[in-house]
Ligand binder design. Structure first.
Ligand SMILES: *Cc1c(COP(=O)(O)O)cnc(C)c1O
Length: 457
């Protein structure tokens, strides 16, 4: 009695979830607490509040409340671009000749071009609530900076963005989108901060990294009256806001009685992946269901597959809290790959704990094979994917091809986090056949891990 599944499963506006889901409430092994880098003691709310907004600190530290209501003003903003469609990839299935059924949750339908707006609007809202003048942040590929610029302009907040230098140079148009929304954009490392000057002195000519840019943005927030720092991934609070993706996906699948077998997302800092999968992993933790969940990361920055589960700094300058996570070492500067949003040495502490406990698996994929998947997807499904998103496409295609061999009709769901209109330099290299894969050697990985801070708890 199977009914025809539409090409796009839309929810109605009044079916948008009105609460975020906090998977920590269902985790027996809670993620390890953030530590103060000076004392190596768990950070208290009082210690976090000079850096982050009060309400966000509360969300960051809340390991117990399963459901957190979404304020009306945020919900109204969500309605500008949500619910996002869950698309049945009929054309891709046909092109692959697979019996698998492939679905993707598309988060690229807003000007920022990615899922990042889901948390940006929430973080700007709480900054406004607290009466701040503005916020500082870092951006890698530029999507987060764009999203936060949009959210800040909506609430009339100032927004100072430190943009990783290689992205700043590769994506000048991103910068103009941010400036159009009123943000100021500085390439990082820069000489506007102490930590930036130090990094420039130690690594002259560096193309920068998210870790450096975070250090600069935090320093600026702490030194500027009326400013706080906001982060676009990694933190528990960001993962929490991103659960709107997974909750909508669950609701859409439920409409047609679809039970996913495999759920796939790309992993940068872990917020989109965590947002997509944590409502499903919650079911696993509560013993209600079982899914195969796959995190996909770039072979150039393989935190899960080659990193270590240990306390480390979130930033290169070592001024941010320490987090227990799968890390390559805060001093590890990944090669300048085209998936800027996945170029972070660490990983969400929630996902790190869940991975450590065996709730999902991880795969590292090489850049050229990612772009092959992106091209194949774009040609049949129409959407030009972001390179980050194409990591998930790669593995979705691989899984669908396995089904072709075995004849299994699995339901495969993946997160299509955004569009690639600002990544055409990368597509150009792919089309010209000049794209390379830079995979760290074992010695590179060992060097990064040798500088992990010593923490005895
Ligand atoms: C930032 C970004 C990612 C990585 O997201 P995380 O939440 O850090 O894992 C993936 N895809 C796109 C399009 C992005 O902009």
């Amino acid at each position: 009695m199977s009914q025809k599944i539409p090409y796009k499963i839309y929810l109605n506006e009044d079916e948008i979830p009105t609460q975020w889901y906090n998977v920590r409430a269902d985790m027996k092994n809670k993620p390890a607490p953030l530590l103060n880098p000076a004392t190596l003691k768990p950070l208290t709310a009082e210690e976090l509040e000079p850096i982050f907004c009060k309400e966000l600190v509360k969300q960051e530290l809340d390991n117990d409340t399963a459901w957190i209501p979404i304020p009306d003003e945020i919900l109204n903003f969500y309605k500008m671009y949500r619910p996002s469609p869950l698309v049945r990839a009929y054309f891709l299935e046909k092109a692959l000749g697979t019996p698998a059924k492939i679905y993707y949750k598309f988060e690229g339908n807003n000007t920022s071009g990615s899922h990042k707006l889901n948390s940006a609007i929430a973080q700007a809202y709480y900054a406004k609530q607290q009466g701040l003048k503005g916020v500082t942040t870092e951006t890698g590929a530029g999507q987060w900076g764009t999203a936060l610029s949009m959210a800040c302009s909506y609430f009339g907040l100032d927004c100072k963005v430190y943009m990783v230098k290689c992205s700043y140079e590769q994506k000048p148009f991103r910068r103009e989108v941010m400036r159009t929304y009123g943000a100021s954009v500085t390439p990082s490392p820069s000489d506007t901060t102490e930590v930036g000057r130090k990094i420039l002195a130690e690594h002259p000519g560096t193309s920068g990294s998210l870790g450096c840019a975070i250090s600069e943005a935090v320093e600026t927030a702490v030194k500027s009256e009326g400013y706080k720092y906001e982060l676009g991934s990694v933190l528990n609070l960001v993962l929490l806001h991103q659960t709107i993706i997974g909750l909508e996906t669950q609701a859409a699948l439920k409409k047609y009685d679809i039970k996913p077998d495999v759920i796939i997302g790309c992993a940068g800092g872990g917020s989109n992946l965590g947002g997509l999968v944590s409502p499903f992993i919650g079911e696993m933790l509560r013993g209600e269901a079982d899914y195969k969940v796959i995190a996909v990361e770039p072979a150039s920055c393989p935190s899960f597959t080659r990193g270590k589960f240990a306390y480390d700094f979130c930033d290169t300058g070592g001024i941010c809290p320490l987090a227990k996570m799968y890390t390559l070492g805060a001093q590890f500067i990944p090669s300048a790959s085209h998936a800027g949003g996945l170029r972070f040495h660490g990983m969400s502490t929630i996902l790190s704990q869940l991975y450590h406990d065996g709730l999902f698996e991880a795969r590292a994929v090489e850049q050229t094979s990612v772009f092959e998947a992106a091209e194949q997807f774009a040609r049949v499904e129409g959407i030009l994917p972001a390179p980050e998103s194409a990591h998930a496409i790669r593995v979705a295609i691989d899984e669908a091809l396995k089904c072709k061999e075995t004849g299994e009709e699995k339901n495969i769901v993946f997160g299509l986090t955004g569009t690639g209109y600002f990544d055409l330099y990368a597509y150009q290299q792919f089309n010209d056949g000049t794209m390379s894969d830079t995979i760290p050697t074992d010695a590179d990985i060992a060097a990064g891990l040798s500088k992990l801070p010593k923490v005895d708890l």
